[in-house]
Ligand binder design. Structure first.
Ligand code: ARG
Length: 588
């Protein structure tokens, strides 16, 4: 079906043309005076100069052409030359009827599907997921789902951090604690044990102690650097230990991401880029891009117009070890080879922006990326506590993601039990579903690049611009629909009627925007636009609901029409929250 605004504009274009003006002046926009009209056209003002006529006269001429328009119910020329438009209820109804019959609810798959690798999540092996990883997971997952809905090939890659100093630190700490393990015997030839020498909770304690010690003990730090380097060179014992770290850690990460309803297509990691490093570096050297500077191998990436200094990309340190930049570059080489994507999108903390500027410039300059592959960075802001500082536990430590989730779930559980509309057995499961909406909506409703305040009380509230409010609206609709069905009603073969009152029309108008909102949210990588949209739909629905007695309506065709509208509202809302990465329970 044709785009909604296009349909309105077509009518307007024709009117301008019939009145003797250039049709392109017939641009229609949402009204910025919703108290006066629903849409407006400012074309008469724009055309005044060309036609040397007062805008109000042009507006009058055009209005004359629209007297019997099937699209607009009222068309008014107002000073100094605006055209105020109200939509025909019949026309509105027909569009929604068509939308209701379309399994994609008017959304159209793109005619030029792109392959887009989306690099999000980015957890580091052996470190528990903490709130710092939350935003990447939530925002990345949503953009992936929106793109998929529009027909793009979205490939989500978790890109685990498993190749940096943290691995050397863990290896060093394990060595200090259990020096007799076979992994540390240089002449050991046999097979390594299948069992890891640590559990996940031990591992999570090993890393912070190693990291703390390395800051005080220079010799220890050197050992860790050396271990990192040996690992990168493929040291047999360290590789075996690394394997254990990976297994123990990935199991835990998967469990955590599952709780967040976040799913990756690829569980690739920094170390997967290692095999590409030697050739990549060699090529950069041979082609004259890379040169030695104080022992390190670097590529200049500064540009003339830079206002801030962009330091060179360091490919290899003086000891030959690779860095975060090196693995990111080599990962681009791998991704080009395996997927030849149209775009690689990184959803990472905006504090890493400089790193990505360096990596992107270096990749372009050295041509490891094809010119037609876009490299983009969506840098997100910090999640702060109520004090405006990065979110912490009550004790001031780093909050584990797991704990944050259970804290929210508990809060939700309390509220749901207070509501007592759900049997206790289900309440816990429901609390998890609603809790996830609280966390995700709380995050996604803010523009990604901005910092935001994680406010548990506000996010878990059933009122206001929150996830639970949206779910509450959906559940309300579901319960009306199921009562109708229990009473023997069905929607098959029933028709939507034109809006019977203003609040119904307002709800209908909101629903027409679905396709435009989703396309725009994807284009701008802005899930917050979907949040704003479903908040408006929910408000419009609740206003309509409070003013309309639906199930007690005696006119059967009116009643079934309203139920169709409810069902369409539900479908739009559920489709939107699915793109945001959460779902609604049956009851709450
Ligand atoms: N592991 C990194 C960190 O915790 C994030 C990785 C982001 N992705 C990337 N390709 N660099 O900071």
């Amino acid at each position: 079906m044709e785009k909604w605004m296009k349909q309105l504009e077509k009518e307007m274009h024709a009117a301008f043309e019939k009145a003797g003006y250039d049709p392109s002046y017939g641009k229609v926009t949402l009204s910025n005076r919703p108290d006066l009209c629903e849409f407006q056209c400012n074309g008469a003002m724009a055309g005044a100069k060309t036609y040397r006529k007062a805008p109000i006269m042009i507006a009058g001429d055009v209005t004359e052409q629209l007297k019997d328009s099937p699209v607009f119910e009222s068309v008014e020329a107002v000073n100094p030359g605006f055209i105020n438009l109200k939509l025909s209820k019949e026309f509105l109804k027909s569009y929604l009827q068509e939308m209701y019959q379309d399994e994609n609810l008017s959304l159209q798959k793109t005619s030029s599907p792109k392959t887009i690798i989306i690099d999000y999540g980015g957890p580091n092996v052996a470190k528990p997921l903490h709130v710092g990883h939350l935003r990447s997971a939530i925002i990345g997952e949503s953009i992936k789902r929106i793109g998929r809905k529009l027909g793009h090939k979205m490939i989500g890659d978790v890109h685990l951090g498993d190749w940096g100093l943290q691995m050397g630190l863990i290896i060093t700490e394990v060595r200090h604690r259990q020096p007799d393990l076979v992994y540390f015997q240089e002449d050991y030839q046999g097979e390594y044990p299948k069992e890891a020498p640590f559990t996940i909770s031990e591992l999570e304690e090993i890393y912070p102690s190693a990291s703390a010690r390395s800051k005080e003990d220079e010799q220890y730090r050197q050992e860790a650097l050396e271990a990192t380097h040996l690992l990168q060179q493929g040291h047999r014992g360290y590789m075996a230990l690394w394997e254990h770290i990976m297994n123990v850690s990935i199991r835990d990460l998967k469990r955590n991401y599952e709780k967040l309803n976040v799913e990756f297509d690829l569980w690739k990691k920094e170390s997967d880029a290692q095999p590409y490093i030697p050739d990549m570096v060699e090529k950069m050297k041979q082609e004259g891009y890379a040169y030695e500077d104080q022992g390190a191998l670097v590529v200049d990436v500064k540009e003339e117009q830079d206002t801030k200094e962009v330091p060179p990309c360091i490919l290899l340190k003086s000891d030959g070890a690779s860095l975060y930049t090196t693995t990111d570059l080599a990962t681009i080489v791998e991704r080009m080879k395996l997927f030849h994507p149209d775009e690689i999108l990184y959803v990472v903390d905006k504090r890493q922006e400089l790193h990505f500027i360096q990596v992107f410039r270096c990749a372009r300059k050295t041509k490891i990326v094809e010119p037609d592959t876009a490299l983009s960075f969506l840098g997100f802001g910090t999640m702060n506590g109520k004090d405006g500082k990065p979110f912490k536990t009550r004790e001031g430590g780093v909050m584990r993601l797991e704990n944050l989730i259970s804290e929210i779930d508990e809060e939700m559980f309390k509220k749901i039990v207070e509501n007592r509309s759900v049997r206790d057995k289900e309440a816990e499961k429901t609390a998890e579903i609603v809790g996830l909406s609280a966390i995700k909506y709380g995050d996604l409703s803010n523009q990604a690049t901005k910092d935001y305040i994680f406010d548990v009380d506000r996010f878990t509230s059933f009122e206001g611009n929150t996830g639970p409010y949206i779910l509450y609206t959906i559940v309300r609709i579901k319960s009306i629909l199921s009562r109708y069905q229990e009473e023997g009603g069905t929607l098959g073969g029933k028709e939507l009627l034109a809006a019977a009152n203003d609040s119904e029309k307002a709800l209908m108008l909101e629903l027409t925007r679905y396709r435009e909102v989703i396309e725009n949210a994807f284009e701008e990588k802005a899930p917050h636009k979907i949040c704003a949209y479903i908040y408006e739909i929910s408000n419009a629905f609740n206003r309509f609901y409070h003013e309309t007695k639906i199930l007690s309506e005696e006119n059967e065709s009116q009643k079934s029409s309203w139920l169709i509208l409810l069902d369409l509202t539900r479908q739009v809302l559920e489709s939107c929250i699915d793109m945001l990465g959460f779902s609604a329970p049956e009851r709450m």
